[in-house]
Ligand binder design. Sequence first.
Ligand code: OSB
Ligand code: MG
Length: 368
Amino acid sequence: MRLRSVTLREIHMPLVTPFETSFGRTTLRRILLVEADVDGVIGWGECVAGEGPFYAPETVETAWHILSAFLWPALREREFASAAEVWELLSHVRGHNMAKASIEAAIWDAEAKQKGLPLWKLLGGTRREIACGVSIGIKETDDELERTVERELAAGYQRIKVKIKPGRDVEPVARLRQRFPRILLMVDANSAYRPEDTPLLQQLDPYYLMMIEQPLGWDDIYSHADLQRKLQTPICLDECIHTEEHARAAIELGACKIINMKLGRVGGYIPARRIHDLCQEHQIPVWCGGMLESGIGRAHNIALSTLPNFTLPGDVTASRRYWTEDVIEPEVIVTTSGTIKVLDEPGIGYLPRVERIEQLAVRKALLE
Ligand code: OSB
Ligand code: MG
């Protein structure tokens, strides 16, 4: 197979409610969509790079540049047998995983469509239904947080993750735990703490959280190993794991007991599957993280979540939690028991609404 052309579009979508983490507040998402023509079959991918380099070094601008100046030229006129070869064809480009993942995912979608298979099956997925949790941004008051948690539980979500930062950590968690003693509860710090904060983080132990996600530096696996020895709460790494080698180091060092998987952060399905398999060999559960994706990225997250070691509820949720109107048909819906039913249509299974995408586009480039 061969990649005939690629269309890049940047669309702007306002969030239904602003999303706040320890590194900032997002009200409008700039989303880079990749439309790949593979021998006349169209596949779609989404780049999860942020508006600024605060979660990871990539941004929408850097991804646009890397895709058009390096990734597209590396793939054009190259013959490959499967999307499974794309990761290797891009290996001379260091980093830029979010850019790589977006084009690799689009080619996987096209390959699945060309074979008449749902993408999840082509990937080796086994689940017909995936378990959903929610990620709740930092709220100004405990009351607001409590009301939000109540609403998400009523909608059926199986696990609650709340964002924390210094000054909004132990107290809100203690209150939530008292109000909801039995729920699956976890926190995500997005690297807001330092090793010196260990005594503070230990104060979270009595609340039997499922895990604390990425408490320390985004590139500091070593300090997490030290922290994990001093904490009862399992550490889950997100920002620290960009490669299979990072995952191996984290597991060997005991820096985490759980790994959050994001296609964009690790560079696509091939590295994601390798990390998945490595974790499975070491009895490290994984779950699928979210990056405030539009429906295209959401559909890919659903396909990824069908792999067997995705044994914990992910941050993969209904379109309506983020968007008044999504860019796919049907929208992603979550059952009252907090699951998403996996579709059997070919490829990602959801149809991109190209007319709507065109309306939302603020720039477009055809690479051919
Ligand atoms: O750390 O998981 C994270 C959103 C943007 C950047 C980083 C993260 C998040 C989320 C959102 O937690 C999860 C979602 O998309 O629902
Ligand atoms: Mg996270």
